[in-house]
Design a protein around this ligand. Sequence first.
Ligand code: ADP
Ligand code: MG
Length: 550
Amino acid sequence: MAEEKRQFQAEVGKLLDIVVHSLYSNKEIFLREMISNASDSCDRLRYAAITEPDLLDGGSEFRIRLIPDKDAGTLTIVDNGQGMSHDELIANLGTIAKSGTSEFLSRLTGDAKKDVTLIGQFGVGFYSAFMVAEEVTVISRKAGEAKGWKWVSDGKGEFTVSPADEAARGAAITLKLRDGEKEFLDAFRLKSIVKRYSDHIAIPVTLKDGDTDEETVNSANALWTRPKSEITPEQYREFYHHVAHAFDEPWSTLHYKAEGAIEYTGLLFIPSSKPLDIFHPDRKQHVKLYVKRVFITDDCEELLPPYLRFVRGVVDSQDLPLNVSREMLQHNPVLSKIRTGLVKRILGELKKKSEDADGGYDAFWTAFGPVLKEGIYEDFERKTDILDLCRFRSTQGDGLTTLADYVARMKDGQDAIYTITGDDLEQLKKSPQLEGFRAKGVEVLLLTDPIDEFWVSAVPSYAEKPFRSVAAAGADLSAVKAPEGAEDSKEDEAPADQLTTLIEAVKLALGERVKDVRASERLTESAVCLVAAEGEMSMHLEKMLRAHNQ
Ligand code: ADP
Ligand code: MG
């Protein structure tokens, strides 16, 4: 087969354009990305070989080699992992599979400085090679396949794919360095980059400098197996970047060893910024499963409930067998114990962080609260723990409040936690439904996340106080005394018979369109408002479901 010429997917083209033309200050991270991909590829092959040992023909000692060639001006990164087939080369290195890509691209401003910050958060992975290389060649043979392939591109819109007869299993990525980027041929420089970003990679990374012997330049042991006291914050951060394919700072790092009936090590991270795909309908969790330091899968639904899908990291079990298959992971008693342990640790960590005034909990809440709240009705046993972690806007003050504080502020005679739901905070604050509550000084929680509709109707109470919507017909404030000095609305109340006549007239006019018309104390300024009948879904929920054609 001759050479095929292909176009990059339009999104990749745009991304490459920014990568190449913006003066990204931190170019050295390209090496971290290459090594991270090589390591992932070795992990995947090791796991695949558990059920298909023949895939390891040609060697089971995994290694990532860095080969600078000063004469040619090239740096080659070689791994003996899973490699890529012809089609995979085209799909993986010609498109972006990452969800959130189009949102990311739409946020680009054209202002190089701002865009570079955005790229920093989004990450460009493989394409970062073009920050330092004018041409990238990937020679790869997929494990188990006889034929190899060569992928070449200058990053300007096109790439070619052609057969490569001599290809070894895995991938060899050669970067033809631009003038001005030749520092990446220097052994000392390469070593220090590996130490800084890739020391935690569990596979040996070796460097071949000219005629000298090949030398291992990373620690090559799994970071989570080291004692906490020996791990620096930078090492934790770099590990997080690798394991989460993320580029922000971890907000929280949780590293522990569970001992007892079930033994496992957890190294978990909570990101500081919201991943773009956090509301993807698959609601997949993102913690990777290892067994005795061997990568098993990054797709184990049983490991964490969906409402903790913002958590990143690894769990390494001592008790599962190495040859554990996907089927064995379902309804696995060991795994379900690990899951219980993880949930407890994570919620405990969140509780601790929430009690630390400088811990940045409000920012966490703003990013991930809507996800965590799914747990209120999905994890019945932990409902109260999760409610304790919740923060709300309310009609009192501009900040966030806990439910406990709300309850402490409840008025004499107030028998429920009042809520109002809608899409927009400012609009909610102006709702006529709140007038009566305001007049009596009764605080109302302002709920604007779509998820709020679901849990408020599913959860009966907090601290024995029921949740009640201000828009529900039963919201009754007659037992709450108006604050001193407030106008008593009874004074200008219409005589009873006039009111009855008015109500009859309104009922007649609206007919079938309403269930009932009643006089109410809930309004002080507006003449009328709509309320939902007791036991029926709220108007906001109805509107939301209608928008989804349900
Ligand atoms: P990510 O690592 O987040 O998936 P990248 O842009 O770094 O994104 O890499 C894109 C894809 O290219 C990877 O998901 C993988 O499928 C493939 N890939 C990159 N480098 C290698 C490699 N050395 N061996 C095998 N596959 C690779
Ligand atoms: Mg990558």
